[in-house]
Design a protein around this ligand. Structure first.
Ligand code: IPD
Length: 274
């Protein structure tokens, strides 16, 4: 059987799998859901539902495309031979999910030869499905989205007018540094938001619900889909000093604001832990 790698078909499949995972996460959540394991620190948790969501998505991929590679937050990892790789966060915002705070999602990015070509972020409790296809745009529930200020003729938004989302890592030492940096940023901006899901933070930039987002310590599965959604919505995504977005630092914003936020973060070596 010839298995195609048409980005549009990959997006359709990712969207279907994310919706199926979203459905079991909403409807099959056990009443007594607890923490089944911890990972990098006692605050970095896994629930049975993270594992079930990842299993459902991985089984769906392998049934249709057995030669593809996979990288999943809860341990799914296979090389693949087709050039296509699926980067999966089965619940982004697991702490929110545990506490029944609606800001959580299923995130799936699809790469061909190392470049993300399609992405979906499914947020069932918000009734929002964000999607993007490289070169074709980004959508929320099928409607095109753009970052705030994109397309306006005015000057770029200054940092002082920006609503900035951020997140904190799981290690205490890293959090201590992140706390100092956000304390310095807070008087310089409109306000700060900490929603608890990196993928949704990126989608919030993409649809203009916040102006910018930055975080140190995000993994590939946190940002694979959301970064493409921001770029296809007209925003910029990267790291500091011209680097690509990575576990060291991810910054996302509309053009002019992006440079200003990177400048602030570079001045404080925000991509380091001390
Ligand atoms: C976490 C969330 C959180 C961010 C952390 C991520 P998880 O993902 O996205 O907002 O601050 O960096 O690890 O653990 O819930 O999948």
């Amino acid at each position: 059987m010839t298995v195609s790698a048409d980005p549009k078909e990959l997006l359709e499949m990712a969207t279907r799998l994310a919706a199926e995972a979203g459905r079991i996460l909403v409807h099959e959540r056990p009443r007594d859901l607890g923490v089944s394991a911890t990972k990098s620190s006692p605050t970095d948790i896994v629930t049975v539902m993270d594992q079930r969501s990842e299993k459902l998505i991985v089984e769906g991929i392998l049934a249709a495309r057995p030669d593809d590679g996979i990288l999943g937050e809860e341990g799914a990892s296979r090389q693949g031979t087709s050039g296509v790789r699926w980067v999966i966060d089965p619940i982004d915002g697991t702490v929110n999910y545990l506490y029944e705070i609606p800001m959580w999602c299923v995130s799936i990015g699809v790469e061909i030869d190392g470049q993300t070509v399609a992405g979906v972020v499914e947020a069932p409790m918000l009734g929002e499905t964000f999607t993007a296809l490289r070169g074709h745009g980004a959508w929320r529930n099928g409607e095109p989205i753009t970052v705030r200020g994109e397309g306006s003729d005015g000057p770029p938004l200054p940092l002082s007018g920006a609503l900035v989302a951020t997140g904190f890592g799981y290690a205490a030492q890293r959090r201590a540094v992140q706390g100092k940096i956000v304390a310095e940023l807070l008087p310089l901006v409109r306000d700060i938001r900490r929603a608890g899901s990196a993928a949704l933070d990126l989608c919030s930039v993409a649809c203009g619900r916040v102006d910018a987002y930055y975080e140190r310590g995000t993994n590939a599965w946190d940002i694979a889909a959301g970064a493409l959604i921001v770029e296809e919505a007209g925003g910029k995504v990267g790291g500091l000093r011209g680097a690509a977005a990575s576990v060291e630092m991810t910054v996302a914003a509309a053009g002019g604001l992006y440079e200003g936020l990177c400048g602030f973060l570079e001045g404080r070596s925000a991509d380091q832990d001390s």
